[in-house]
Ligand binder design. Sequence first.
Ligand code: FAD
Length: 566
Amino acid sequence: MKLKTITPKLTASSQIAPADLDAIAARGFAAIIDNRPDGEAEGQPTAAELAAAAQQRGLAFHYLPLKPGQVTPEAAQSFGAIVTAAPGPVIAFCRSGSRSEALWTAYAADRQSAEAGMASEPRNEAGRSALARDTGPVQRRNGGRRERIVIVGGGSAGIAVAASLLRRRGDLDIAIVEPGEVHSYQPGWTLVGDGVFSRAQTQRPMASVMPKRVRWIKAAASGFAPERNEVILEDASRLEYRVLIAAPGIMLDWEAIPGLKETLGQNGVTSNYHADLAPCTWELVQGLNGGRALFTQPAMPIKCAGAPQKALYLSCDHWQRQDRLGGIEPEFYTPTPSLFGVAHYVPALMEYIHRYQVGLNLESRLVAVDGPAHIATFEAKGADGSTREIVKNFDMLHVCPPQRAPAFVVESALANAAGWVEVDPETLRHARFENVFALGDVASTSNAKTAAAARKQAPVVAENVLSFLAGRELRAIYDGYGSCPLTVERGKVVLAEFGYGGKLLPTFPQFLIDGSKPSRLAWFLKERMLPFIYWNGMLKGREWLAKPAHRAPARAPSALAPAGIG
Ligand code: FAD
C-alpha cells in the first residue's frame, strides 16, 4: 500500500488487499472507501471480498466505484458525505489513490466556493487552482476569456499542430501534455528493420522538438472533462482550457495476443512497431538462412496499414539478393479480404507477392504465440463464414500488434462508439464540444492513420481553432489524405496516396511518380525527403505540401430574399 495523508481524517491509498486489513485496523482506521470498480485489473480483490474481510475486523466499508477521470460533482458530494459522517480516520483507495484524492479535492473545492458564495474553479490536489500549476502568463482576450490551448500528446500530430498554430499567431498560450522524453519518427522504423536507418536516426529528445513558445507539461493525461473544459492529469490535477486538441495517438495492444508480449525480441519474434524491436528485425533477417518466416497484420484500424507488408517485402528482397529466398518459406497473414484497402495499388503489390513466392493468407489473424516452441496459431475464415485454426511452426515471426484507442479516451465523453475522438471528418472539430478538436491516429476519421495524414491535418486544425477563437466560421477542410510508401524492395516504393473513400490523391504528376508502379524516385522520397520534411517542415510549422483547402464561405441571406427561398 502507498499511503498519502490528505487531511487529518482522510488518507488515500493504492489498491488494498484483504491481507492488508489487519495493518489498516492496527493503524486505527475506522472506515474504508473503495473507489475502484470491480474487475478493472486481473487479480484485483472484489468489493464483496474486501467488505467481508472489513466486517470481520469491525471496520466500516463503503463501495463508491469511479472510472479514471470521472470525478463528477455528485460522486464528490457522496464521497465527502461518507468521509464527514465516518466515525474515525478513513482510508480511501483506488488503483493508485489518485481518484480518491481527486474526489476529496473536488468536494473540498465545491464546499470552499459555496462558502465564499462563488462559482467553483477547478482545484488540484494541493487545493490550488489548477491554473497555478504553470508559471507562465495566462492570456485574456475576447472580453477576458482565457485563450489557453491545451494539446494532449506531443507526437507527430501534437507537435505539428502546435507549430502550425504558432506560425499563425506567435502570442498564443499553448500547453502540451506529453509524458515521453523521446520523440520518434515512426515511419523510419520500417527502414531500421531493413538496416537502412539506425534507430538513433529516428529519434530525438522530446525537448528538442517542443516549439519554444509552448509550455511542456511532462505528465500523462488520464481523462477529459469537456463539460468543465478540463483535462485531468495522472496525478489528479486538472488543467483548464479554452480549446482542447486531442492527439494522444493509438494504443498498441501487445497483450491482446496471448504469449506475444513475453516472447518479443526472443525466439525469432520481432516487430517494427516498437523502436527497441525494429533493429531486432534486421538482425533476424540477416541471420535467417532457411525455414519459415511469418508476417502478420491485425484487424483494422492500425497505424500505417502498409507497414506489416513493408517488413515482408524488404525481408524477402534481402533474402533474394543473398540467394537465400529459395530455402525460406515466407507467409503473410491478414484478416482483411484483400492485400491493400485501395484496389488501385493491389496489382503492383501482388507482383511482389508472386516474385517472392509469398504464401498469402487473407481473412486470417494471429491469435496466439508460443515463443519457446516457435509456434504461431491463426484463426482463418472460410468462404462459408466458418472459422478454422491454423497452427504453424516458424523460424521468424514479424508481428504487427492489434491496436485500439487509448483507454482514457474510450472512457471519456469525447469518444464515439468505437472509442475514437469523434470529430467532423472535414473540419476536425468535435461532434458535440465546439471547443474540442482532434487529429492524428486518435481521431475518428476514416483516413489511413499515418504521419502524412497528420501533416495535412495540422494546418486544418490550426486554422479552424483560430477561426473558432475569433468567432468565425470554420472553413479549412481536410480531404482524408494519407500516404503509405510501400517499400517493395530496397530502392523501390509503390507510393499509395489517397483520401476519403479511397480517392487517389497523388502529390506528383504521373510522369514523375506513378503510384500504380514501383518507383525509385518514391524510394528517394521515403529515405531522404520525407524524414527531412518531417523534422524541418512539419514539426516547425512549415506547411510544405500541406496547405489546407477551404470551404466556400456561407452566403449571408440577402435582405431582399423572401423568407424560405434560396
Ligand atoms: P504518435 O506520433 O504516436 O504520438 C502520440 C503521442 O501521444 C506520443 O508522444 C505519446 O507519448 C503521447 N501520449 C500517449 N498517451 C498520452 C497521454 N495519456 N497523455 C499525454 N500524451 C500521451 N506514417 C506515414 O505517414 N508513413 C509511413 O511510412 C509510416 N510508417 C509507419 C511504420 C511504422 C512501423 C509505424 C509504427 C508507424 C508508421 N506510420 C507511418 C504511422 C505514423 O507514425 C503515425 O500515424 C503518426 O505517428 C501518428 O501521429 P500521432 O501524433 O497521432 O501519434
